[in-house]
Design a protein around this ligand. Sequence first.
Ligand SMILES: [Zn+2]
Length: 432
Amino acid sequence: MSKRQFVAPGLARLSVLLAALWAANGLADEKQLLQAIEAQSGAIKQVSQQIFEFKELGQQEFKSSQLVVDELRKLGFKVETDLKVPDDLVKGGVAKTAFRAELPGKGPGPTVTIMLEYDALPNGHSCGHNLISGSGLLAAAGLSKVMKDLPGRLLVIGTPDEERGSLGGGKIALLEGKHFEGSDVVLITHPGSTWSVNKPLLAMKRATFVFKGKAAHAAAAPEQGINALDAAIQTFNGINALRQHLRQDVRIHGIIKKGGDVVNVVPALAEVEFAARALDTPTMLDAYAKLINTAKAAALASGTTMEYKPPRTELLSPVMVPEYLELVAKNIQQAGVPADDVVMDPQPLGSSDLGNVGHAYPTVNIMFKVAPKTVALHEDAMLKYTVPDEGWPAAVQAAKAVALSAHDLLIDPERTKRIVGKFQELKATEGK
Ligand SMILES: [Zn+2]
């Protein structure tokens, strides 16, 4: 027997032993983790209740973010506030109501980031962001009790101003300000009417076109006019003709914002606004390019001029890694949710700045069930389910799923590396 052959079985035995030790440690940690979550659940439910009552709109979530920051400091996190973001994206509160909290483990390892949202809508927390911050904070509270035994580090990023989408987008400002840098993987939760991990988000970009023509009497001298409204209508007609040749998930939808003032004057000015969306970012950008061409063609055909200024931000769609989705789905079941209740949900949630994070880092959004399917997010009726007295038990299960997943990702750096590698590979072939 050569030396090499002799050593190998010994190494194999050693690695089996180490794996068993890891597993035993892992299980002990998990038990401790779940107990720590149970123990802190009551206190953090109160935080979620207060955020529900504050119902602060995007960029004004001063009290909500301060409350969460105070809790994270009590848990031992080092918290940075007043984050620097690009000047043209500061827009009021984003820099003031965002935060970045860090808790190191026992040594080098992966960085797991948990995102929290806490902005409301005009009718209150009908999107349940008080339960997003509540469940994410509870997961962080549980993990804070075991981090000293885990490699790597935990980041908790407060991402305000989600609801105004591409008009606001706290996460875009934070990504551009490099506050996610160092993250390997990201987790977030969102209440809804099903448990799922793969709810798609559509990539989305808006466009406003202003057509300028020439006013003239609509009956006495129409031949002297150039009709800007015709250009707007031509744009709609061009897009409608295109639909047959676009992939089924592509959405292009628009409104006419200005189309003339009085019926007896040829409209000299028309303004339309469109959004193009698709399940993946390259397909959305391709549809968007067609939209621009259609508007240019309409201007040419009508003899108007067309002004178009690209928007400052666009929403991207997340690149999902099956292994990561499966890991989180398994942990949702471990948190006590029956396997049959965890569904693959192909119905897009719309578009969100969450997609921009999911396009930059492997991200899983745990949708958790607080309401029946007949009630939609943003409806007044949803407020009955996002109030913690009703929604908290599911939020606790979501917190457990986040914490167990973060734990799995921290103790197994190889798996985390594999998820990051697969993410890069899928992103390189996105939309193909
Ligand atoms: Zn929401």
